[in-house]
Design a protein around this ligand. Sequence first.
Ligand code: SF4
Length: 463
Amino acid sequence: MSHAIRADKFLLDADRTTWHDETLWFVREKRDRAVYAVPEFQELRELASGIKNHTLSRLDLYLQEFEAAAKANGVHVHWAADAAEHNAIILDITRKAGATRIVKSKSMLTEECHLNPFLIQHGIEVVDTDLGERIIQFRDEPPSHIVLPAIHLKKEDVGDTFHTHLGTDKGENDPQRLTEAARQHLRAKFLAGEVAISGVNFAIAETGAVVVCTNEGNADLGVNLARVHIAAMGIEKIIPRLSDLGVFTRLLARSATGQPVTTYTSHFAKPAPGKEMHIVIVDNGRTQQLGRPDFRASLKCIRCGACMNTCPVYRRSGGHSYDFTVPGPIGAILSPNIDMKKHSSLPFASTLCGSCTDVCPVKIDIHTQLYKWRQVLGEANEIPASKKWGMKFMGRVLASTRVYGLGGQFARKALRLLPHGLTHAPSMNAWAVARELPEAPKQSFREWYAKQPAPAAPSKTSA
Ligand code: SF4
């Protein structure tokens, strides 16, 4: 199913669409204020981009350095080529630990690998401890945003969900009371957790430590209470030195939510006495993307979500319309790498306005890559025939002044003569559903220009 068809579903609820659009724009504005408060922000972006480019060009070396340092710290390091291996490794660690209860802090990689259903299917209880993640876990939905996983839901939706799953009063929508109910519920889960899974925001090759950024402190509580910590990281999370970290932590929270820094930036380097720490390093299609010169820069992404918050298409179509773990502009670049056929409509879900590229803290040329994907998909015959032939036809029209002129003449006449009900029929002109078409001009610009008096010749005395 194409992105446009899935987006149609979201657009059926006009009030929700407007609210979603305005809420994310509010976050985008907060981001702007936080960014403009740092005079050297553009230099930080340049630096971050340079560090990531450098790291990607020596990824194998830095990963090996990281593995050696982590092992020297007493950490077990595992390598997973794909999602199936990642899931099998985590199940194996959990079984060897004799555990059946896992607490998990937010990790897009585990979402990408569909870890939760896999573990549940094998008799393991998995509790997402990030509040937004827990809400959508109750509702059996995927996240719709990488930083704000439940942003598609209103407080009334959360109230209904908590009434069903946590027994809060029916109609209770007060955010403070709902949060308190979640806190009590999660505290019991934290105390019972035997294994804690976390994501990884940054992995430092020099020290072998991983860094996890959260606003709720749920990763810290989970890891410190459980006997076994499993950190799941994509191979692109590596940065070379501890001294590089500050560049990224200054960019991440500002770009994501407009905060100066995330509330908790926790470093996990080695297991506490009597405990275990495991790191699972996952490829799952990343080396394939690394091998595509036009798209490798997408691996610089630090998952701040800024490109989603600013994207006019994402804000109005909702994250679920992308049907991929990472939605929005960056997801539309990453997804065809995984499955070109399934995600062929996503690079077209963009106005190519370039706003995503403007806000990206690591300077990924997002809109250029979206444009390039369109060409790759066209050449691979992965676009609908209507689009392909429509584009071919438009190419012919635009290449000929005469045909273009005739087409304009025809369109101006037709727009004046056809009834409003036809020119604005939703089935024929989706654009005009919420807009009025401008009145068709009587003549083209070319015709108007030809009637203008010739400009006066410059006088000889003027210098
Ligand atoms: S592509 Fe850039 S803006 Fe988008 S999530 Fe990644 S780092 Fe943030």
